[in-house]
Design a protein around this ligand. Sequence first.
Ligand SMILES: [Zn+2]
Length: 386
Amino acid sequence: MQFTRRTLLKVTGLTTVIVALLPRMAFAARNSLRTVRTGIQPGNKTRLVIETAERPSYSISYPANQLVITLSNTAANASLAPAMASGTLVTAITQIQSGDKLQIVADLAKPINEIPRDSIMLLNPNGDNDYRLVLDFAAGSGAVAAATSSAKASQKTTTPSRKYVVVIDAGHGGKDPGCIGKGGTQEKVVVLSVAKKLKNKLDAAGFRTYLTRSNDTYLKLAHRASIGEKKHADLFLSLHANANPSRAMKGFSIYTLSEKASDEEAAKLADAENAADKIDVSGFEQFDKDIRIALSSLQQHAVAAMSVEYANGAASAFKRAKITQQPGPDVRHAPFAVLRSTVPGALIELGHLSNATEEKLLKSSAHQDKLVAAIVKSVQGYNFDV
Ligand SMILES: [Zn+2]
């Protein structure tokens, strides 16, 4: 049977109006539409999220005052009730089934320009989410800027609507002590203590957490990263303490993954942290390659963007807690093996064990609590709802 009938599911606000009933599927849809939602992002950008059961193959077009996303080989969702946030540019969402193609038509309050590539993200399933095509856009250059009051009003609160999954990685362990302070304090001991405290506090705050290690065990870096994947983590935090040839050097620093280091110091640090695997590198090369292949460039971009968003928030939380910051940028980037995955995350150097004052602080339970409180704030402030 030729499939030429068009099916319209008109949605305005939160009300679904079925204009025509779905015809029987004459094609074997490989993919299906799960949910559509809108939200407001910083800068008064509208975010449109299209969730599908399988990885979507899509194209985007821009008819007047509309944004049309065409998904190939996808079935419409007759019971779809899009979650429409107030204050966005999207006024209505319509599904149009045409053959095996599903068009999602967003009616817009104002015209927009073509969405740049770096504002389109394709995310893998994690937690309760399936594949998500995420589009961020603002009113076009000809349009009058919208008032920001409604955007502020619809900013999400910090109360999680579902249990977000955080994997906490205490660096080093077992035969790999990490760096060692002048007083003999071992990095692997400090970070495990902080990781356990952090797990308790995040559990109490309503998150679901997993430790990569809960005792003095050696784990390969790729294995740590794979725990994030296996647990479908929303966020991966690797905890470390630093050492510097200059014993005067103090402060925390926060890093995200990139192929190229943001500066020479970040490059050296990544070398030092990656050196853990030189003790036992078997299996790492292969995993690294698999993960690289699994990640499309769009996903890499999305994961990197989300990681940097988290890391910036974390740097702010540490500064608000009056924790000493290492001089330099808030967030640096380097090729850390432990961060190579599809899970957004950061590597946090909690302080310098090579500095006598900070070695004492890092050992003290009170300072560890202070660090943990700042990390909890950073996790609560992170926008998990993509
Ligand atoms: Zn380390």
